[in-house]
Design a protein around this ligand. Structure first.
Ligand SMILES: C[S@@+](CC[C@H](N)C(=O)[O-])C[C@H]1O[C@@H](n2cnc3c(N)ncnc32)[C@H](O)[C@@H]1O
Length: 245
């Protein structure tokens, strides 16, 4: 089995999402939904689906972390792997003018697209920062809610990602993350496929291992809120939350 270095993986992921940003859509067509989730997984209701800013939804999400974020007006919210801004904008609507939303993404084309979408929507409480989830450009203990939608599976060092989430959260803060995990074995061929890593498949890890990393990081109240199995595959999408004491 080919094993890739973390930098090779990051480069492949960046290239894929630069292309998606330039195209303005993902591979989400009825015929080719290998890296996308159906609407009932991505949204909790029809109203929610209709309320999003269309340009910000590139069909890349695999859950609805914002809907389960218990976000309050005035909160500071951080969205990891913010893409074109879909969850950041939904969070901005809740935090209101006293709140602040930060999106972080390492693909420059995504940052540009998200910033253009924010400008067009007149949302000045949202900012998009270029940066890596493994080295977040965010000060310790300053965030109330961390969100992320279908991103941590793409990160080679998941322990480091959750350690960074823990670092930036304020005491009492929480994360709500939707992501892909495995519930059985992926073939060696799939594991060795860099393209499928970038498509949110090969980088997914076992559900129990994923939850174990979160608990070992120090989070409490760790709970899977929703899950959806992808028929005929050993993968599922989960939305999970945890708290920093
Ligand atoms: C599957 S897309 C999801 C985008 C967005 N959350 C959504 O639901 O539309 C993954 C995003 O995460 C970003 N990303 C992946 N790995 C990252 C990392 N290690 N650091 C920062 N951004 C990352 C990609 O550039 C891409 O925009």
């Amino acid at each position: 089995m080919t094993t890739y270095k973390a930098d090779e993986i990051r480069e492949a992921v960046k290239q894929r999402y630069a292309a998606v940003a330039q195209q303005g859509s993902s591979c989400c067509t009825p015929a080719d939904d290998a890296c996308c989730s159906p609407a009932e997984v991505r949204f909790t209701s029809k109203d929610e689906a209709e309320s999003i800013i269309a340009e910000a939804d590139l069909g890349l999400s695999c859950g609805s972390p914002t809907a389960f974020g218990d976000i309050n007006p005035g909160d500071t919210v951080l969205d990891l792997g913010s893409g074109a801004g879909v969850d950041a904008f939904r969070a901005a609507a809740v935090v209101g003018p006293e709140g602040h939303v930060i999106g972080v993404d390492f693909t420059p084309d995504m940052i540009e697209l998200a910033a253009a979408n924010a400008h067009q929507a007149g949302l000045d409480t949202v900012e998009f920062r270029p940066g890596e989830i493994e080295n977040l450009p965010v000060v310790d203990g300053t965030v109330d809610v961390v969100l992320s939608n279908c991103v941590i599976n793409l990160v080679p060092d998941k322990e480091r990602a959750f350690a960074e989430i823990y670092r930036v959260l304020a005491p009492g803060g929480r994360f709500v993350i939707s992501d892909i995990v495995t519930t059985g074995d992926l073939s060696q061929e799939v594991r060795a496929d860099l393209e499928q890593w970038a498509e949110c498949v090969s980088g997914a890890i076992d559900r129990d291992d994923y939850l174990g990393i979160i608990v070992d990081t120090g989070f409490t109240g760790v709970e899977v809120i929703t899950s959806h199995t992808y028929e005929g595959t050993p993968t599922e999408s989960i939305t999970v939350r945890g708290f920093k004491r």
